[in-house]
Design a protein around this ligand. Sequence first.
Ligand code: AOF
Ligand code: ZN
Length: 351
Amino acid sequence: MAVNAAERHAMDRALHLAARGPRGANPQVGAVLLSPDGRVIAEGWHHGAGTPHAEVDALSKLAPGEAGGATAVVTLEPCNHTGRTGPCAVALIDAGVARVVYALDDPGVASGGGAERLRSAGVDVESGEQADAAHALIAGWLTAQRLGRPHVTVKWAQSLDGRAAAADGSSQWITGPAARADVHRRRAEADAIAVGTGTVLADDPALTARDGDALLPHQPIPVVIGSRPTPSDAAVHRHPHTPLFFDTRDLRAVVADLHTRGVQSLFVEGGPTLASAFIEAGLADRVLAYIAPVLLGGSRLALTDIGVGSIDEARRLTVDEWLPLGDDLLAIAHPAHATDPAEDPQNEGAA
Ligand code: AOF
Ligand code: ZN
């Protein structure tokens, strides 16, 4: 049976409810229960890992028997596994729900398969309703599920001749205020922000996302990678989140660890050694190069060795946008031939 107007409307509402949940290790999911005549009888959403799933949250608002014959409208396929909570497919079957309309399939190996389970219990199931909107809402979580690691953005600022600093190492400020404000807005969209220990020693960055002097509402977790000790009075220790330190060169281990902590997006701020290592490891899903109309010359390049020995090994990029920011220019790009990082051949071992 095709999706009707009441169900479509309920999906709008479920998407709205889903967005109330936190971004984190679990997806944001919303659910609306409709009576057989199409009235909303309960609403629910997922409040974060370890709490009841959206469907169970909605069912908990009804008396026993009240969901008999109801339609559940959910933004994600009801799960089929016992994780921190029991399978939602079973909870819906046990409650007597007659029909389920959902937006996106659950990509989880263990958690997927709820639709089949529902169907085999005689529940009528429709999928794909407003899948695009649901996808947009949990894109970060879906990427993390597919790759087993966060989506990685590598950012740097450079002179027109590709340098990241002057001969003495000074690098503040190559770009102008519009570019710097843009960086802070993008920092605030990331779950975590990484620098190398060399950058901590050279620049002592706060690693906060700011608008002028004010902290933006969302702050990424600061991550410091490398073997040199960080001074106890470094600015990163005053960050609202406790910094994470990784004394390793194994970036795959770092991103795998961040994944287990629920980090879905990582913003790599530099310096050139760390940025280059992420690119060489095939772990850069997106590149942001802020290019300023200034010449520095010398040997302090924006990137060091990225494993390109010959021109046919060059890491070609596809530009998503050239964005003017004041006198500067931002290139937003991703590895060529990959619209989806999971399908990028340079991200070997990523899928
Ligand atoms: C649903 N409804 O509201 C959510 C689902 O460890 P658990 O028990 O919290 O399970 C987490 C997995 O369940 C998560 O990875 C995803 O596959 C699914 N999330 N499923 O039916 C929900 N949040
Ligand atoms: Zn569930």
